[in-house]
Design a protein around this ligand. Structure first.
Ligand SMILES: [Fe+2]
Length: 366
């Protein structure tokens, strides 16, 4: 986790102090065009320049940043001599900041860093400022970068890719469109649920996962019905952060393996794919391992039912078929799902046959 965590409404104003504490003087601010349009790039830049900190910007990337976008960021930043990086935005901005850091400080391309600990030189200190309560990327030392040709996601991790400082300001999440709040929040919920049962979970990841579930499940419906409730927004932001910290220690599971396949094949938004699949994975895992079923029951006596109610509140499509996927794509979907690293951490052994059963159950499910 970050060494410094600043949390609460209006805490973006503390950015210059946070950057100064890290000893930085010239930072690259990585934030996508939507974040700029929302006014947050200008706000953050003003706070920094007022404190005498020089700022360069990079916004040439989109959802699911690719290694080509990372290279564009590196080429932009290399002549500037920045001494730190700020990621401001959703998971894409935070992943993009980490990705640029890898190739800017260590050379090569993103594929060189697939896996963990491949960097040989120190990475630049980074500050993470999430504007969605979702991925919890700001609590993780992995950048998720897509291959521009296959659209598959590469997980590139390193201790130096962890944000040194994180600012959780719920005001930044209050203006996002309702579908973004719904999809990102459900993704965070899934992180709490999947980390709670993985093969490699431990007492510390359990602490994070449990607290994340409490915060997220207790506030999800509230932020959808009352979008300006900053206390609920803060609970979601902190819950997503804690779930991200749980991922860092215990990885994810079959829901993310299947969802990644749906996103690669259909371009389905990550949180939407997750919302379609999560309760079916809970039923599938729980039906095959009584110990896992007992773990799920500690979160909720009827966890799959509760997840169905939360998905209904989010207004998601009920089944895989609604994404436009057709049954003849099943072999493609299951093949991609079975290749996902995240599936190896599922508490029940997961492969193409398991993916087929899960997709079948979720195809036109209620
Ligand atoms: Fe996720």
């Amino acid at each position: 986790m970050a060494q410094a965590l600043v949390c609460g409404p209006g805490t973006l104003q503390r950015l210059s102090g946070v950057v100064r504490d890290l000893g930085l003087h010239h930072v690259l601010l990585v934030a996508d065009a939507g974040i700029r349009a929302a006014g947050y790039v200008d706000a953050a830049s003003r706070i920094l320049t007022d404190a005498g900190i020089a700022v360069a910007h990079f916004d040439q990337f989109g959802e699911n940043p690719t290694s080509d976008m990372i290279e564009a960021g590196r080429a932009h930043a290399a002549p500037l001599g920045v001494d730190g990086i700020i990621g401001l935005g959703g998971g894409s901005s935070l992943d993009c900041a980490k990705g640029i850091n890898f190739v800017l400080s260590n050379g090569g391309t993103m594929a060189d860093y697939r896996g963990y600990g491949k960097a040989t030189r120190a990475l630049l200190p980074m500050v993470g400022i999430p504007t969605t309560a979702g991925t919890g990327s700001e609590a993780q030392s992995y950048a998720i970068i897509s291959d521009p040709h296959t659209h598959e996601k590469m997980a590139c991790g390193d201790p130096g890719a962890a944000f040194r400082a994180v600012i959780l300001d719920p005001v930044l999440t209050a203006t996002q469109p309702a579908p973004v709040t719904a999809a990102a929040g459900y993704d965070a919920l899934s992180h709490a649920v999947e980390t709670w049962v993985t093969r490699v979970r431990n007492p510390v990841s359990d602490l994070f996962a449990r607290e994340a579930w409490t915060k997220l499940s207790g506030n999800y419906e509230r932020v959808l019905s009352h979008p300006s409730d900053l206390a609920a927004r803060e609970a979601m932001l902190l819950g997503a952060h804690l779930a991200g910290a749980a991922i860092e220690r215990s990885m994810l599971g079959a829901t993310h393996a299947c969802a990644n396949a749906l996103t690669a094949h259909r371009g389905t938004i990550h949180g939407v794919a997750i919302a379609i699949l999560l309760r079916h994975v809970v039923r599938w895992n729980g039906g095959r391992d009584v110990a896992v079923a007992a773990r799920y029951a500690q979160l909720d006596a009827d966890l799959a039912g509760r997840l169905g109610a939360l998905a209904a509140a989010g207004g998601f499509p009920a089944g895989v078929a609604a994404t436009g996927a057709t049954r003849d794509a099943m072999d493609v979907l299951t093949a991609i799902a079975s290749r996902q690293w995240t599936g190896t951490f599922n508490p029940v052994p997961f492969g193409a046959d398991a993916a087929r059963e899960i997709f079948d159950a979720a195809w036109v499910a209620a």
